[in-house]
Every structure is written in structure tokens, then in C-alpha cells.
Design a binder for this molecule. Structure first.
Ligand SMILES: [Cu+2]
Length: 764
């Protein structure tokens, strides 16, 4: 057996290296072959685990021109929807469970959003053009791909290193690209370059992207608004949707016989990403990561080990559209202290600097041992150490004289051990059984308000928080049983059961202030409300049953899949409206306005079905014609209150007519979404009307040049994002934000109006 302790691991490695150099080198390239390149790719064991839906690499390419938001590349995966956030930070949701309820990894790193609004989720650190592969476990995810999550898993990876064939000269290759999108003047560049010998690969990939605010299909506001000097937000302009981001990755890979070592350095520099559904904007995000990994085909099996470290420095304040406000709903100037606000006066909205600093260190190791022809055993261990500080410096307007510590010296450390056994007892059957035990230890230092001596609830809440021990240790147990039965060449069925547990994140546990202003800052769902943490939260525990029935042609020319699922979550972290005065749950919950809520454990149930299908229509002189479709239904309910769960996508579907001829690959896409009527009433979640959109997409590929272009929202429809939260993208979002007559109350964030896009990529 393998000893998983790091010191033993390194010693074992040192001993194993020379002995293994004699091993046959064929084992190296046994799985992935790079399509046309005369090169060898070494990958970790990529034999598809059951439950995984890889996003077709061919479908990633055309989308790179259409979006800079990597999460959006998942939009055609059955069961996946997106919760709107900033322009490049959407939060994927799988079967109604999103954000930290999912396990999302980038190159094997479990990245954590270090921001009270979760503005920097894992997928925001990788540009669509940097992606090599994207895989989703929507139904039952194996324990090897899970941990500290109750929903599915998403694994994003940059391109694997390539090496020259023996005797071949040094490989020099790369790609350069650019795109433009008309609606918000989004533009960006990407460059990747690789230099590789038989043993060494040096690669760089970088991407920049920036956009102005986008406009909706029609006016959705009743007034124009002057935000930054010289700039008026028209009635159809969606405030705070601009962004600018730059991602760079430098990779070094070394291959020796059956061993592959990789080092990746990642840098993100995001000058701004504004938020239409948050009261603050991201005005700087600096991330650095280092990721070292080893993959080896050893005589007993496959070994993978990884160690990574990430630091994030995140800064928020009011962006341009939230800083000034002199328009009111009636069109006149807004008066503050008897004087009209003007674009050059800061009296209407004081700044509110907020800083978050996160440090994540992780180590993981996994081994795969073939036990027999039919059986494989996988074992692994994951360690993660997370440190976070979240503080707001004084700024006036009641926010002084000292610094407000939202989370000080926050800690969240995970230790996980798992094992799974995959068996193929016959040609028809495949089974996977796994278990994981995980310990999550959390802690935080003392709460400090702006004015520790007084100021309403700040002192009371800080004292109450500080009087308690903030340490918690959860022991979470996951179990997965999954089977695939191949009934015939045309029918297979995959079904399974999973029990999964997730501990609360730091923002669910530690934010301590019931003060409205502070609570409004602690919101990672974008619903406009304020949230207060709860030290007594228990881990969420989910039991999920899921099956996928798959009918298809023997050659997969046509196919139809149905995935029904059912999840019951005990201790689901929902929220109750909180009365700061009594410091108790509100006796009479407010309706039709924003409120302050406190996280609490309740019981939830989610069920639904995903349907997906594709079929050829005709193959004639005009090309290859086909049709594909998708339908998602999810119901989420809080069984304690009878409420709907927030941010659950209403019934939605997609139908596409596809066409291919020569280098052309085109499609006409219809998107239809039903009205959102089931909402979380405790959050006064906003209902949205149903809508239909038409998109046109085209591409033409030569040998080394590729063009992608299209029109999204062809008919310039005004529609509202059912899971995009509440629109608070303009104005002084902090003044009287709870009033029902707050001009924007009740407006969901509109989707983008018509946009033409085009992108070009050249390989060299
Ligand atoms: Cu933030």
C-alpha cells in the first residue's frame, strides 16, 4: 500500500525513479492523442469516470468569440444553469445547487472565492481561450471528484503539455486570437505559445478582455441617470456591467520515461469588474498561484500528486455607476443636505473601501491500482489550508473612525481521505463504490466594528460574537454508489445514490454584524438583501438519487438522454429575516423590499429532469443538417417553510438547427425560458417573465485560421435573468436601500440586447 505522508512520498519517488526508467515508454501515451500534431501527450488517467459529461472541445472553440465568462461555456450541458454576477464571474448551478455547494477545480486546485460577494469564483481565473478541457459531473459525482460539496463537480483544465516525438525536432507552436462584440464593445486578445522537446515543454498562455456596460433589448428603467462625469446611463443601459481582466499562465513540464512533472504559475490582474446585482464593485483583484504536480505510471499503477498555493488580494468600492447620483425617479436632482447632488460632488455617496485577502494552500495525492482485469482501486488524500482577512477601512458616512473587521484571521482547513472501487464484472456492467471522510476545521479572530465604543448594534454584536468560541470542527462523510448497465448497443442506463456533506463557508459562519449596512455587504447571491452569519450552523447533508437513460444509435448519430434526479438536503443553509432591534428572527417578515437575513439550517428538497437529444435531419448537396435540443426542469422547495429555494432556474429549453459543409459549421438556436413564479419569498426574490431568444452562430475553419461570428438575441428582446438577482447597478446603492420605493426595487437584472460578435484565431 502507499504511504500518503509527504515525506514518505518523496522518498518513495526518489527510489522509484531509476528503477522505472526501464519501463516501456508506450505506457506513456496510452490515452490521449493530440489530433493532428506529431506530438505525444501525457495525461493523468483520463478514462472517463461514470457520471462525467465532458464539454465537447469542438464546441468550446466557437464560444470563445461569444463570451469571456468561462462558466458560460457550460450553458449547453444538461442540468447546468448560470447565476448572474459580474461579466466574467457567473456562478454555475447544477440541478439547483450552486457556488460552494459544487466542487469546482481549475487544474486540480480547489480555489475559494475570497470576497463577501463571491466576486472571484474559481472559473473567473481561467479565460475561455486558456481552457484545454471542461468536465461536469451533473448527476452523481464520484468521491474522487467531490468533497466538501453536496452537488455536482466541475473540472476545468488548461491544455495538457505536448512533447516532441523521439527524433523529432523541437516543437514550436502557438495561437493568437482576437474578438469583438458589438453590444458592449467587448474586445480581447489571446496568445499562447509552446516550445517543446522530447522531455521539456515551456508554455505561456495569456488573455485580456474588457467591456463597457451592456444595453438591454429595450428600456427597462423609467429614468435616465448620470453616473460618472460625462456619462449618462440611458434607460436601456444596464449599469455596472463593465469589466476588464487579464489572465496569464506560465507552464513548465518535464517528462522522463513514465513520469511527468508540471509547474504552473498563474497571475490574474483584474482592474475592475462591476456588479449589476451587488452594492459594491470589484475595483481590483490580484491573484497569484503556483501549482506543482506529478503524474507517474508506476509498476503498481498510476500516481498523481499536487501541491498548490494561491494568494488573492481583492478590493471593492463603488464603481463609476454607483458613485454619483443626481437623478431621481421623477427626473429631478436628488437633494442631499439641501443641495443637489452633482457628478463632481462626493457628498452623495461616500466611498466605502473593502479589502479581502485570501491564502490557500493545498496538497492532494491519489493512486490508482489495477486489482485485476476488472477491478481498479483508487485512494487519495486532500489537504487544504485557507486563511482569510476581510476588513473595511474608515470612510465617513457613519463608517469611521476605526476599521471594521468583517472576518479577522479566518481559517478553514480541510483534511480528506477517500477511496473508490471501480469494477467491470461483465461487458454489460460497470460499478463504482466510494467513500470519503473529511474534517473541516474553522476559526476566526475577534470582531471589531468601525467604532468599538458605540454605534448601535455594532458594539452589541461584536461583544456577543467575541464572547464565544469561534472554533468548529465538522467531520463529514460522503458515500457514492454508481452503476452503468449497457443493455444493448443502443441503450445504456446509469444510476446511483450519493450522500454528501458540506460545511458552511466562512461567509455563512463568521459575519457577525446585524447592522443593515454591514449585512448588505455580505451577500453572495446578488438578491439585494443583507446577510448575517451564524456560528451554530451545521454542515449540509444531501441524499441524491439520479439516473440517466441513454438511447442512441450504435454510431451515436442520434441520441436521446433523460436524467431524472431527486435530492433531499437536511440542514440546508437557508435564511430567515432578522430583526436587528430584538436580535431575533423577524416576527413579521417584510414583503416586497430588501431585508436583512440570517443564515439558518432548514430542510430542502430538489427534484427535476434534464432531457437532451440530437438527430440528423438531412445530408444533401447543401451540407449536413441536424437538430439538437435540451430541456431542464428543476423544482426546489424549503420543506420547513414551504418556500421556493432561491436562484432556481424555471423550466427552460433550447432547440438548435445545425449545419455543416466544408469548413463551415453553423447553427440557428432558439432559447425559451418560462416565467419564474416559484421564488424564495423570505428573500423577496424577484419574479421574472418568460422569454424566447434567437441566436445565430457561424464559423469557418481553414487549416490554421478560424473565424467565429454570430448574433445573439437576434430580435433585440428585452428579457430578465431569472437567476441574475436584483438590479442595484446604479445610484447610491447604500442610501435607503430597504425602502419599497427604492427606484430599482423589483427589477431583475436584464439580459443583453442584440450583440454581433466575431473572433479570429490563427495557429502558428
Ligand atoms: Cu468583492
Amino acid at each position: 500500500m502507499i504511504d500518503l505522508r509527504p515525506s514518505h512520498f518523496h522518498r518513495a519517488m526518489a527510489l522509484a525513479m531509476p528503477a522505472l526508467s526501464l519501463l516501456c515508454s508506450q505506457a506513456l501515451a496510452q490515452d490521449t492523442a493530440v489530433s493532428t500534431l506529431p506530438a505525444v501527450t501525457v495525461r493523468a488517467n483520463q478514462a472517463a469516470l461514470p457520471g462525467a459529461t465532458p464539454v465537447n472541445p469542438a464546441s468550446l472553440q466557437p464560444q470563445r468569440a461569444a463570451t469571456s465568462d468561462t462558466a458560460r461555456l457550460l450553458q449547453d450541458i444538461p442540468g447546468v444553469s448560470l447565476n448572474g454576477a459580474g461579466g466574467v464571474s457567473s456562478l454555475p448551478s447544477i440541478h439547483g445547487l450552486a457556488d460552494d455547494r459544487l466542487r469546482i477545480q481549475v487544474d486540480g486546485m480547489d480555489l475559494i472565492a475570497s470576497c463577501p460577494n463571491h466576486m472571484n469564483p474559481a472559473l473567473s481565473y481561467i479565460d475561455p481561450t486558456q481552457l484545454g478541457s471542461l468536465k461536469v459531473y451533473a448527476g452523481i459525482s464520484p468521491v474522487s471528484a467531490g468533497g466538501d460539496s453536496i452537488g455536482g463537480s466541475i473540472l476545468a483544465e488548461t491544455r495538457p503539455p505536448v512533447f516532441a516525438q523521439p527524433g523529432q525536432r523541437t516543437l514550436r507552436e502557438g495561437e493568437v486570437g482576437a474578438f469583438y462584440r458589438s453590444n458592449n464593445s467587448a474586445r480581447g486578445l489571446n496568445l499562447s505559445a509552446t516550445l517543446a522537446t522530447e522531455q521539456l515543454n515551456v508554455s505561456y498562455s495569456g488573455a485580456t478582455s474588457q467591456a463597457d456596460n451592456y444595453t438591454a433589448g429595450d428600456d427597462f428603467k423609467t429614468y435616465d441617470f448620470t453616473g460618472r462625469p460625462g456619462h449618462t446611463l440611458a434607460r436601456d443601459e444596464v449599469g455596472s456591467t463593465a469589466y476588464e481582466t487579464r489572465n496569464h499562465t506560465l507552464g513548465l513540464a518535464f517528462k522522463q520515461d513514465n513520469h511527468l512533472f508540471e509547474a504552473k504559475l498563474g497571475v490574474q490582474d483584474m482592474p475592475y469588474q462591476l456588479y449589476p446585482n451587488q452594492r459594491m464593485d470589484l475595483l481590483d483583484n490580484d491573484q497569484r498561484s503556483i501549482n506543482l504536480s506529478y503524474t507517474g505510471q508506476l509498476d503498481w499503477g498510476t500516481l498523481e500528486a499536487r501541491i498548490y498555493h494561491e494568494t488573492v488580494d481583492h478590493f471593492m468600492d463603488f464603481g463609476a455607476d454607483k458613485r454619483y447620483w443626481y437623478g431621481t425617479a421623477s427626473g429631478g436632482p436628488m437633494m442631499v443636505n439641501g443641495a443637489p447632488c452633482s457628478p463632481i460632488s462626493t457628498s452623495c455617496a461616500a466611498g466605502m473601501p473593502m479589502f479581502t485577502e485570501g491564502k490557500t494552500t493545498g496538497f492532494s495525492v491519489k493512486g490508482e491500482l489495477p486489482l485485476s482485469e476488472q477491478d481498479r482501486l483508487r485512494v487519495g488524500a486532500d489537504l487544504q489550508r485557507y486563511r482569510i482577512n476581510d476588513w473595511w477601512t474608515p470612510s465617513g458616512g457613519g463608517m469611521y473612525p476605526g476599521t471594521f473587521w468583517n472576518i479577522r484571521d479566518g481559517e478553514r482547513d480541510r483534511t480528506g481521505l477517500w477511496s473508490e472501487w471501480e469494477s467491470r464484472p461483465s461487458a454489460q456492467w460497470m460499478t463504482l463504490v466510494g467513500a470519503r471522510v473529511e474534517r473541516v476545521a474553522m476559526n476566526a479572530g475577534s470582531a471589531v466594528g468601525y467604532n468599538p465604543a458605540g454605534m448601535g448594534f455594532q458594539a452589541r454584536d461584536a461583544n456577543a460574537f467575541n464572547a464565544r468560541d469561534h472554533r468548529t470542527t465538522d467531520t463529514n462523510v460522503d458515500g457514492t454508489v454508481l452503476a452503468r448497465y449497457t443493455a444493448s448497443e443502443q441503450v445504456d442506463i446509469e444510476f446511483g445514490f450519493a450522500h454528501k456533506e458540506r460545511s458552511p463557508n466562512v461567509y455563512e459562519r463568521f459575519p457577525w454584524s446585524t447592522w443593515q449596512m454591514a449585512a448588505l455587504m455580505n451577500n453572495f447571491v446578488g438578491d439585494g438583501n443583507g446577510y448575517v452569519g451564524n456560528l451554530d450552523l451545521k454542515p449540509e447533508k444531501a441524499n441524491t438519487l439520479s439516473a440517466t437513460f441513454d438511447w442512441h444509435a450504435a454510431d451515436k448519430a442520434w441520441g436521446f438522454q433523460a436524467t431524472p434526479y431527486y435530492t433531499r438536503v437536511s440542514d440546508y443553509i437557508d435564511a430567515v429575516q432578522w430583526d436587528a432591534t430584538t436580535n431575533q428572527a423577524a416576527a413579521t417578515p417584510v414583503k416586497n423590499k430588501f431585508s436583512v437575513l440570517r443564515y439558518t439550517n432548514q430542510t430542502a428538497r430538489l427534484f427535476g429532469v434534464d432531457l437532451a437529444g440530437h438527430a440528423p435531419l438531412a445530408n444533401n448537396a447543401l451540407g449536413d443538417w441536424g437538430v439538437k435540443g435540451l430541456l431542464n426542469v428543476t423544482h426546489g422547495k424549503n420543506l420547513d417553510t414551504g418556500n421556493g429555494l432561491y436562484n432556481v432556474m424555471p423550466l427552460n429549453g433550447k432547440l438548435a438547427l445545425t449545419h455543416k459543409i466544408g469548413g463551415w459549421d453553423n447553427s440557428l438556436e432558439l432559447v425559451a425560458v418560462k416565467a419564474k413564479t416559484t421564488v424564495s419569498s423570505v428573500r423577496n426574490e424577484i419574479r421574472t417573465p418568460g422569454y424566447g431568444l434567437v441566436n445565430l452562430r457561424g464559423s469557418y475553419a481553414w487549416k490554421t485560421v478560424r473565424l467565429d461570428f454570430g448574433i445573439e438575441n437576434l430580435f433585440d428582446r428585452l428579457y430578465f435573468l431569472p437567476t441574475g438577482g436584483a438590479y442595484v447597478g446604479q445610484g447610491t446603492t447604500m442610501s435607503n436601500p430597504m425602502l419599497p420605493n427604492y427606484p430599482q426595487w423589483g427589477t431583475a437584472v436584464p439580459g443583453m440586447g442584440r450583440t454581433l460578435y466575431a473572433g479570429v484565431n490563427v495557429k502558428f
